[in-house]
Design a protein around this ligand. Structure first.
Ligand code: NAD
Length: 248
């Protein structure tokens, strides 16, 4: 039987690349989306036509526990128990420290940390019953180092996600492996949008391999981490950042 993977925030960028790569590998795919229904339907159609696996597209705001629970109820009714959860949904609302509001700060934490918690909480029960599960949290090198003062709340959210990764790995052992991937600069549409050539040049000069990463490169790492070959990798944060200067 094919394994079922739920990817949150899967209609764009890194999440979309993960959905396509894992469909190609033969996993059944659940695309979670918050607002972009058309993109989700388009991706679902492509995955079914190109890779001949089962694919659902389900709307849910991951920061809302009731919506997450309804989404996973639907997956279990229509497809089966989730084997692999990729907590990819994330937001970044950069702003000057004194202009940022506490509500904006809470929103970033709600999506990036509470969203991952809501999904992990609901899927882990059946994973533990089945004595099998994989959870990957898409964190960031911003959770390890500080690069941009305007991203202080995003940085805090990703540091919290790293901590949550370690805590969940302890709680769910030995049945569920929980790891985080910390990408550096990945050239997704959203990430590149609005950057001018000078800024991009300065940013890529800080990266040892002198380029930004591709979403597909993160997807390949996810594919390896959820494979049986990686079953001894647990409770770790793996950077994929081209050796960004300042990373530790
Ligand atoms: P993206 O904006 O294309 O992807 C984020 C996705 O999450 C979007 O599809 C968005 O609609 C979805 N989303 C937002 N709020 C949601 C919610 N409440 N419920 C469900 N879905 C929601 O950006 P991306 O660059 O592909 O980022 C994907 C992940 O990778 C994020 O967690 C981001 O923090 C992380 N990341 C990205 C980079 C980068 O350079 N692109 C670097 C480090 C980490």
């Amino acid at each position: 039987m094919r394994k079922i993977v739920l990817i949150t925030g899967a209609t764009t960028g890194i999440g979309k690349a993960i959905a396509l790569e894992l469909a190609k590998e033969g996993y059944d795919i659940v695309i979670n989306y918050c607002h972009s229904r058309d993109k989700a339907m388009e991706l679902q159609k492509k995955i079914i036509e190109d890779y001949h696996v089962n694919c659902l597209a389900i709307q849910a705001d991951v920061s809302k526990e009731d919506e997450v629970n309804e989404m996973i109820d639907q997956i279990e009714r229509d497809l089966g128990i989730v084997d692999v959860l990729i907590n990819n949904a994330g937001i970044d609302l950069p702003n000057l420290f004194y202009l940022k509001t506490a509500d904006e700060f809470r929103k970033v934490l709600d999506v990036n940390v509470v969203g991952a918690y809501n999904c992990a909480k609901r899927v882990s029960k059946h994973m533990i019953d089945k004595k099998y599960g994989r959870i990957i949290n898409i964190s960031s090198t911003n959770g390890i180092n500080t690069y941009y003062p305007m991203c202080f709340d995003y940085d805090a959210s990703k540091a919290a996600l790293n901590s949550l990764t370690h805590n969940l790995a302890l709680q769910f052992a030995p049945y569920i492996n929980v790891n985080a991937i910390a990408p550096g600069f990945i050239g997704t549409e959203n990430e590149l949008d609005g950057y001018d050539a000078d800024f991009l040049k300065t940013e890529t000069e800080k990266i040892l391999v002198q380029r930004y990463g591709k979403p597909e490169e993160v997807a390949h790492l996810v594919k390896f981490l959820i494979s049986d070959e990686a079953s001894y990798i647990n409770n770790t944060i793996i950077r994929i950042d081209g050796g960004q200067t300042g990373s530790c």
